[in-house]
Design a protein around this ligand. Structure first.
Ligand code: TMP
Ligand code: ASP
Length: 254
């Protein structure tokens, strides 16, 4: 294995220099944080599952014309992605009231929203990812009105597609967060989906029982966190070969 330069060490993922210019290796960790880093934990096997789940969802989205940074999975914990300039905004789409929304507006968790609601948060650990509006985004120059239009259109398409996909396997897509990046090709710029799509960044409830199958199991100490992620992967038909025994995955050289 070759030594690679570590470019960015995040809470749940590490980014390494990729094998060719314009590519990165995205390594999925078992670490989990919640409530703006106040709560830390390790969910054994999460990285392996999220690598698989994100691969699957990005591939399916790619097939329906959503541009993504995903190129291919390299091994149990790593995938090759396109290097993009990350737009420092978290786009959240909500279908059902939960989490921060339920708290902010005093809406009972589980209330179906009259329509899908798009929200923006500024990516800043120091500030605790404050909620922002289009005004802040364009005034501070984080994204242009055109970029923002593209991001919202993509986020809503992702919502439509994933809602249907999860419904088909008995899961309700309550809400999710996505991040986008700018991909340059000479003078042309395209906005593409980046980061990851996994139960770390979305809420999934069982249609029948309303059981939580996502990171809320960790946030709320509900137990069986890895088992819930594994069940999502099982229903998607993508459980890693070898099952839980492979969870440790290969060791990465740094
Ligand atoms: P929230 O209800 O806590 O605002 O979260 C909305 C959705 O966004 C939920 O699916 C979890 C996801 N999310 C992240 O992926 N990262 C974050 O930092 C936060 C706050 C939420
Ligand atoms: N991942 C975020 C954090 O570290 C928040 C969350 O997902 O609840 O704080």
């Amino acid at each position: 294995m070759t030594r690679r330069r570590r470019l960015y060490d995040g809470k749940a993922k590490t980014l390494f220099e990729g094998p060719e210019p314009g590519t990165l290796v995205q390594y999925f960790k078992d670490d989990a944080t919640a409530f703006n880093n106040q709560k830390h934990g390790v969910i054994t096997g999460k990285g392996v599952l999220n690598n698989r789940i994100s691969e699957y969802l990005m591939e399916r989205l790619g097939e329906v014309g959503v541009p993504t940074h995903f190129i291919r999975r390299l091994n149990m914990r790593e995938q090759l992605v396109r290097e993009v300039e990350i737009i420092p905004i978290e786009v959240v789409v909500r279908n059902v009231a939960a989490g921060g929304f339920a708290k902010r507006f005093g809406t009972k968790e589980g209330t179906q929203l009259p329509r899908s609601i798009v929200e923006y948060y500024y990516k800043s650990d120091e500030l605790g990812d404050p909620m922002i509006t289009e005004e802040h985004i364009t005034a501070f120059g984080w994204a242009s009105p055109q970029d923002l239009d593209d991001m919202v259109a993509l986020a809503l398409r992702i919502n439509d597609f994933m809602s249907g996909l999860f419904l088909g396997i008995g899961l309700k897509l309550v809400d999710f967060k996505v991040e986008f990046g700018r991909l340059w090709n000479q003078d042309e710029m395209r906005i593409i989906l980046a980061d990851e799509l996994s139960p770390d960044n979305m809420r999934l409830w069982d249609i029948e029982t309303n059981e939580k199958m996502d990171k809320d199991r960790f946030r709320q100490d509900l137990g069986n966190v890895a088992e819930a992620y594994q069940e999502v992967a099982r229903r998607l038909g993508i459980l890693p070969e070898g099952g839980p025994v492979d969870f440790k995955g290969p060791k990465v050289l740094q």
